[in-house]
Design a binder for this molecule. Sequence first.
Ligand code: SAM
Length: 290
Amino acid sequence: MTLSQVAAENEDQAAYWNGPSGVKWVDHQSQMDKVLDPLGQIALDVAGPDLGERIIDIGCGCGATSILLADRVGRQGKVLGVDISEPMLGLARQRAGDRTQVEFRNADASVYDFTGFEADQLFSRFGVMFFRDPVKAFANIRKGLKSGARLTFVCWRPLPLNGWMYTPLQSALSIIPAPPPTAPDEPGPFAFADDSRVTALLSNAGFSDIKFTPADRMMTLGRAGNSADDFKTAVDFAIMFGPLGRLLGEMDKTRIADVRQAIEKGLESHRTQTGVKLPAAVWIVTARNS
Ligand SMILES: C[S@@+](CC[C@H](N)C(=O)[O-])C[C@H]1O[C@@H](n2cnc3c(N)ncnc32)[C@H](O)[C@@H]1O
């Protein structure tokens, strides 16, 4: 299956998630899920999916949350996982196995035709911050929701509160030039960090009863041990994902070795017997379709 329709304003994101970045997520899916599961679980507990419910999972990626939701709604329910990345969805379909209650669509959620799906809930784990025009995207997704349907998603709070990305980034920036500053509403991991901006855009898209609940957790980068190999896995993870991954993507290999050394130095003090641990800070956002 191939991506049929992408809004012109989201073409750069489609290229990003269908290129080496999508493949990187596929190759490191189990590690990625280990890191993100505890944060996704907070949102899942808040969403409280029920047997027989119909749920849309936006930016479902390699399918972790669509599968968890499918197991909660059972065969009487339905989960529609929508993602712009074909490589990630390929893995999602494999992992879903014979769960007939989950379907995946390779589409840009801002233009996909959701009409008639009649969802009870809209859910996302870190999959809604990449729309160039979020009001248009959420207004479009609403067409697939019942009136009064619940929305629950988890997104990052500001970068400096997320030591697991901020600390390695700062170490790297001690030896390489900082990238040009981006506008706070630029699509990307931190586009929804500002709760007042997101309140306005959800409200403009037709949602009400919008609430933000902060959640803070210590995140284990890589594996839960303290061997040299565990530490290497943590450094690999820090280099590959988040803003640092984007920054280093195009960098010359010899320069990356220097950056790696700086990151190792920065992460050393966060080493514990049970892995490299740094803070993560998210919003759990809830609302209702008006
Ligand atoms: C940070 S990843 C999160 C993936 C998954 N939810 C998880 O937690 O593992 C963001 C996801 O949003 C998807 N995405 C970005 N823009 C999108 C769009 N316009 N429509 C649908 N999915 C999109 C990406 O392809 C990617 O899978």
